[in-house]
Ligand binder design. Structure first.
Ligand SMILES: Nc1nc2c(ncn2[C@@H]2O[C@H](COP(=O)(O)OP(=O)(O)OP(=O)(O)O)[C@@H](O)[C@H]2O)c(=O)[nH]1
Ligand SMILES: [Mg+2]
Length: 297
């Protein structure tokens, strides 16, 4: 069986996690219309009759404003040096700018094949797509250029075939039933955070983290307690909402997603806690799973 690791990198919001989910056929990573949705390296596994592909989704590479941001970028850089093929995703509706050039610069130190994936082609007419491909092709020696729509699953099969031709390992890394190796607690906290991203705006989505404190399994149900962490008192007010309406809505939507994921009834209790400047507190970041990466591994 052929196999290998494939890294998904690019600026925030270009559709990396949407593509991961399209390839795996289920929700492995949460997505949203807000930049910097993904905060962890997330693996999705796709096994078919002759190939096992392990996709590694990463946080969007951006100019960091705090310690968390720095860690997110490092996660993406780390992935670049730890995979067999890199998929560099761009959003065709965004003008080629400084952010892309910054990532392309980083790619210059990568020794594995880099495939340029031009995403969101459902949003533009064909002539413009061809013009855009032209714009990118001279910037870097891409192994291949594949235009797709992750959202509409357009040309995703072609991308998979291109990838198959690049993989050389001959090991089955994971059991064929496995589609991710992310822990259940993490998936649950992410599903809750996704609802917060959907329901809030401006600075709120970035100021929020979710920690699952406890999951108690009964015969047919599970009681989950989770804390939503914000960095200011007024954000707590927004998340609780008038008469607790916001937190109720977050809970209802999250439960609707967590129940099919766990395959049982869910009782979800949400708390909101203020931890000032949590995105800059090293100890706290460590505690909730954001370890500083050692770059020179
Ligand atoms: N129209 C269209 N929208 C897309 C497509 N792919 C992704 N999107 C949308 O783009 C937004 C960002 O998608 P994500 O998958 O969260 O992007 P990401 O690159 O993982 O973002 P970060 O995790 O922040 O780095 C979401 O609103 C998606 O629905 C596509 O092919 N077409
Ligand atoms: Mg993402």
């Amino acid at each position: 069986m052929k196999s290998g690791f494939i890294g998904l990198v690019g600026r925030p919001n270009v559709g990396k996690s949407t593509l991961l989910n399209a390839i795996i056929g289920r929700k492995v990573a949460i997505t949203s219309d807000k930049p910097q949705t993904t905060r962890n390296i997330i693996q999705g596994i796709r096994t078919d009759s002759d190939t096992q592909m392990v996709f590694v989704d990463t946080p969007g590479i951006h100019k960091p404003k705090n310690r968390l941001g720095k860690i997110l970028n490092k996660e993406a850089y780390f992935t670049l040096n730890d995979v067999d093929v890199v998929l560099f995703l761009v959003d065709i509706t965004e003008p080629l700018g400084k952010g892309d050039m910054f990532v392309i610069d980083v790619l210059k130190n990568v020794s594995v094949p880099v495939i340029l994936v031009i995403n969101k082609i459902d949003k533009l007419p064909k002539e413009e797509i061809l013009r855009k491909i032209d714009e990118y092709k001279d910037l870097y020696n891409f192994d291949e250029i594949v235009p797709i729509s992750a959202y509409k699953h357009d040309n995703v099969d072609r991308l998979i075939n291109v990838l198959k031709s690049k993989l050389t390992d001959n090991i089955k890394y994971f059991d064929e039933n496995m589609y991710t190796n992310m822990p259940i607690n993490f998936m649950v906290s992410e599903l809750i955070r996704e609802k917060i991203l959907d329901l809030t705006h401006e600075e709120v989505p970035h100021s929020v983290s979710v920690v699952v404190e406890q999951m108690d399994y009964n015969r047919e149900s599970v009681n989950i307690q989770a804390t939503i962490i914000v960095d200011r008192e007024n954000l707590k007010k927004i998340l609780v909402g008038k008469n607790g309406n916001m937190i109720k809505e977050i809970g209802t939507r999250a439960r609707a997603d967590i129940e099919p994921f766990l395959g049982r009834k869910v009782f979800l209790e949400l708390f909101v806690k203020v931890i000032p400047k949590w995105r800059d507190r090293e100890k706290f970041l460590n505690e909730i799973g954001f370890k500083e990466f050692n770059f020179d591994k």
